[in-house]
Design a protein. Structure first.
Length: 108
């Protein structure tokens, strides 16, 4: 599976590369294989925690939210789940807390 440069940056948790790509105009809500960058970041963060036992973190998710990623946007072109729901289902409580606060501050 060939990822876009932005999704590769999320996969590698390379925030500097992600920043550069977004600064050059990459869509912060870009999708690849049915996942937005935000969905992908939640998946990567929870996988890293589960696989390594290291503390859960929310760096990439927080950065994407700060750059305008929409946590209400559904994956898969609108047919899937929101990033908020994904964080809930996957047990990423840090991302869930951050997203819920973002939503509270950005009512529809």
């Amino acid at each position: 599976m060939d990822m876009s440069p932005a999704h590769r940056a999320v996969e590698m948790e390379d925030l500097e590369a992600l920043r550069d790509l977004l600064d050059r105009g990459v869509d912060v809500n870009e999708e690849h294989d049915g996942l937005t960058l935000l969905h992908h970041s939640i998946d990567v963060e929870i996988d890293g925690h589960v696989q390594t036992g290291k503390p859960l973190h929310v760096d990439t998710t927080a950065y994407l939210l700060s750059r305008g990623a929409d946590p209400r946007r559904r994956s898969g072109g609108g047919s899937g789940i929101s990033a908020e729901h994904m964080a809930f289902v996957e047990g990423h409580w840090l991302a869930l807390s951050l997203i819920r606060e973002w939503i509270r501050l950005h009512p529809e």
